[in-house]
Design a protein around this ligand. Structure first.
Ligand code: MN
Length: 245
């Protein structure tokens, strides 16, 4: 399995409050995560960094149970919350966090906020997370469509994040994985600009570092209104190689 990640400040924001983490675990697996900090001044940047550092420490190398990943997110929530309570400058700070432990045959996922995880296989893209935003909750309730959610005025208003409150509900998933499946974790700096179909097209044409560059490029071409972060895990080493099967 190959993993790639990149974060870019974008063209409008004056700092990058996004961050990502990639590190190996046992059995050929990887711990992968993206975080998008929220809060003024130094708060957002501190929150996303602190969340990833906490996850990195709390998740060991043998992660066979998704509850361990969820516990790490809960711990990150409490750590950020307590720091926000102590320092007036950091009060209310928070971050999204979408974290995966990916083994060749299995994906564990834990998620809070409006960053996303996608599975891309063959010619299909499947969203694995639900946005914890006002628009995302309406989409889940069935009151608006995915298209309407993507244009909703409250699409950026988060309903869940790590840090603002002492407790948080973490979404988890545990699913089989195959060598044909490719994983994308990304912040809303990509998805607010590039629709799922464009992300899929990019995956169909590119692999590896060039894929990462093209995804970041899509966000910048779309005006780069936000920090943008992408993490990809895939079996394929480069373009032109067969998927087999
Ligand atoms: Mn963002």
């Amino acid at each position: 399995m190959k993993t790639y990640g990149r974060s870019d400040q974008g063209l409008v924001r004056n700092e990058n409050q996004d961050d990502f983490l990639i590190r190996p675990v046992e059995s050929g697996g990887y711990l992968l995560a993206v975080a998008d900090g929220i809060g003024g001044g130094p708060a957002g940047r501190r929150a996303s960094h602190l969340a990833l550092a906490t996850i990195d420490n709390a998740v060991g190398t043998q992660v066979r149970d998704v509850s361990r990943l969820a516990s790490a997110l809960s711990l990150a929530n409490r750590t950020i919350f307590e720091m926000g309570q102590k320092d007036p400058e950091l009060e209310g700070m928070g971050t999204t966090l979408t974290a995966a432990v990916l083994y060749p045959e299995r994906l564990l996922l834990a998620h809070v906020g409006d960053s996303r995880a996608y599975r891309i296989a063959a010619e299909r893209i499947i969203r694995l997370t639900m946005d914890h935003s006002v628009a995302g909750e309406m989409e889940r309730a069935g009151t608006i469509t995915a298209q309407e959610a993507s244009e909703h005025p409250k699409r950026h208003v988060l309903t869940r994040a790590l840090g603002p409150f002492d407790k948080v509900r973490v979404d988890v998933a545990d699913m089989p994985w195959t060598p044909e499946d490719r994983l994308l974790l990304c912040t809303d700096g990509l998805t607010s600009v590039a629709p799922d179909e464009e992300i899929l097209r990019t995956f169909m044409h590119y692999h590896g570092p060039e894929l990462i560059d093209r995804l970041i490029g899509a966000a910048l071409t779309g005006g780069g209104p936000d920090n943008v972060t992408v993490v990809v895990a895939e079996e394929i080493a480069g373009p032109g190689e067969s998927h087999g099967g």
